[in-house]
Design a protein around this ligand. Sequence first.
Ligand code: ZN
Ligand code: ZN
Length: 374
Amino acid sequence: MKFKAAVLRQSGLPRPYAGSRPLAIETVEAPQPAAGEVIVAIKAASLCHSDLSVVNGDRAWPMPIVPGHEASGVVAEVGPGVHSVKPGDHVALIFLTQCGECEHCIEGRPSLCARGTQANREGRLLTGGPRLRLDGQAVHHHMGLSAFAEYALVSEKSLVKIPEDLPFVEASLFGCAVMCGAGTALYSAGIRPGQSVAVFGLGGVGLSAVLGAVTAGAARIVAVDPSEEKLALAKSLGATDGVTALGAGAAQTVRELTGGGVDHAIDTSSSLDGFGSAFEATRRGGSTVTTSLTNPSQTFSFPVARIVAEARTIKGSYIGTCVPGRDIPAFIRLYRQGRMPVDRLVTRTLKLEQINEAFDALSDAKVVRQVIIF
Ligand SMILES: [Zn+2]
Ligand SMILES: [Zn+2]
């Protein structure tokens, strides 16, 4: 079948993207779904910082590629042997396919799936590919999804069924922002009731981490970001304090506010400054958990003796340590009870044709989630 998709041929083009137009809306072609594959009609796809890292070149991907990894839609067609979904089912898309057979999947940590990770890095599906074509040339899949398109050809293991009365715009957020943020607070950090938390960076993941900290029963939730608007939003979602900065001064302020530092600092800032501040904002014995996918060439150093003598923990969190088939339905239940209001993360909805302008707004950190609707 043929459909419209936002194709990136070259990363690292100059800003503003409204001028350089790195993403071109092209008509791509996908074959009939092979065994284990599904075609999903995309209904909503939101822009995440990881998509920006594809466009600005912070993370290297095979080109050309169709980005987009946080989405919801309706199953349009299924390939041979697909039993987990059928045409008409509403689904949330998951950006790391879970093979169910590798050592990580078997030990219950599908967010580390070895085969899914390998397929993602190569810009193909778990089932093979790349499957997309443009003018006879292969177009790569982003995170097994490529959701900035009218349709996506994906592995059935990239999908979680969702209730049919859940609006698609909200539903799109669960696959990345909500799992990465709330999951990090609940599972990677493991916040206990009554503890203190600081969240550095208030994009979709950071604000979801605030929601996760509320769900976990944290007594003190300090939100940290340069944007007054985002701090106000964080407070309305349950943050108890706001700190208007991200750098070294922010850590000092968090320590003063919390009488020596927080139990858990969650860094979602995608910057080394944010990560360093998060680390310095913890109390002795505290933990720093980061979701920041910075440029892989960037490194950070600290005295090892402090980790030991101050019994500190530094941890990375991928997809919030979530099990998507378990946690997406759980988070949706909390959303519907009004206890995890993820709809508040949506800044605006837009059309696929506005995608370059949307990446400018994301680069300027002016927005939380912008959702493309189809
Ligand atoms: Zn994402
Ligand atoms: Zn696996």
